[in-house]
Ligand binder design. Sequence first.
Ligand code: AMW
Length: 161
Amino acid sequence: MQHFPRLELPGRMSFRFGQHLIKPSVVFLKTELSFALVNRKPVVPGHVLVCPLRPVERFRDLNPSEVADLFQMAQRVGNVVEKHFQGTSLTFSIQDGPESGQTVKHVHVHILPRKIGDFSRNDSIYDELQKHDKVGEDSPAMWRSEDEMAAEAAELRAYFQ
Ligand code: AMW
């Protein structure tokens, strides 16, 4: 029998994501070791993030239980965002360290629903991921509103209830 980690829904506590404090309204899934949140500046519709609860910087800093929990969450969240955003494929990506494009010093898996023609050159998604939140490319004016993010999180949360 396949084992899945216990699924929990976010409570009232805020979540730490590196230097950011994340409101529970934008978190749509939580387990004992991981959580999933919607993105304030998605590269494609449905671009979400899955993170360990423990705020460690590098993938190598996770213990085996955290890796297992994080990837099982990534698998389940991937299925949901692909369906919800009418994708036909997924890109999973971890920018692990500053030279790979990581800006938030807290491990996170990017999950991006993909569909035919979304980029004229398919792997351009990696260029976009690398630069979308860089200093100079990013500013608060480009972020989605809290209401929009909370509404998306509520839609995604419904799949896990
Ligand atoms: W990294 O460049 O560190 O691999 O990715 C950081 C991601 O986190 C980016 O997609 C960015 O848009 C997103 N992000 C940063 N801060 C927040 C926040 N407060 N709420 C939601 N998403 C965020």
